[in-house]
Design a protein around this ligand. Structure first.
Ligand code: SAM
Length: 204
């Protein structure tokens, strides 16, 4: 029997909240985060690292993804966090300097075998990757209006799309994600967790 995505999403949120309460706040990748802040000042880019990787650690512990697709590598801070919980991560970045620095940081963190950095635009790279992924993390500035549609084909049934930067730009991401047809979205910390309904269950 196929589980209702709302039930899957509710169970996931409960597990994430529990994980957030119990988490170890130490961050083994703090140096990558700090290097990203320094790089941003020098480079004049928008490589803002995610605020606290331990939150992603709690999501990974709850969702237990074997394969993660990440949109927005910057210098590899969040890639390291997903990989540290046992996932293989395919991460996408269009800035060649970010790609080079991310590869160096990931290598230094001892995670080279667990992370593949793909250079290019999300729109070009996502369709070229072979899914399905268990978890897709969007951290490329403001979430695009068609984010869930764009990644649907890459996500396994009952997989989860984790979206951050919900309050950037037009600040419409929460309402879009919350009302997307065929998805159940819940909000926890500064993230949206969107679980996909099985194809047969979607409205035409
Ligand atoms: C907010 S930063 C990612 C931060 C990273 N996840 C971390 O926590 O360290 C967004 C990154 O996405 C990249 N990016 C933004 N839009 C993109 C696109 N359409 N295709 C590929 N990369 C993109 C930017 O170059 C930037 O490095």
């Amino acid at each position: 029997m196929t589980a209702d995505p709302a039930v899957v999403a509710d169970a996931l949120v409960l597990a994430v909240e529990d994980g957030l309460r119990r988490r170890d706040h130490r961050d083994p990748y703090l140096s990558v985060r700090a290097a990203t802040d320094t790089h941003r000042h020098d480079h004049g880019c928008w490589a803002y690292p995610y605020q606290d990787g331990t939150v992603l650690g709690a999501v990974a512990a709850a969702a237990k993804p074997a394969r993660v697709l990440e949109l927005g590598t910057a210098l590899g801070y969040t890639s390291c966090w997903w990989a540290s919980r046992g996932a293989h991560v395919d991460t996408i970045e269009r800035d060649p300097l970010h790609v080079q620095l991310a590869r160096e940081n990931i290598e230094r963190a001892g995670l080279r075998a667990s992370v593949t950095v793909h250079e290019g635009d999300f729109d070009m790279v996502v369709p070229s990757l072979t899914g399905p992924f268990d978890l897709i993390f969007f951290d490329g500035y403001e979430p695009p209006a068609r984010l869930l549609e764009q990644v649907t084909g890459s996500l396994r049934e009952h997989g989860v799309v984790v979206t951050t930067n919900l309050d950037l730009g037009e600040r419409r991401a929460r309402s879009r994600l919350g009302s997307a047809d065929g998805w159940s979205t819940r909000f926890v910390a500064d993230l949206a967790l969107s679980v996909r309904a099985p194809a047969a269950g979607r409205r035409p």
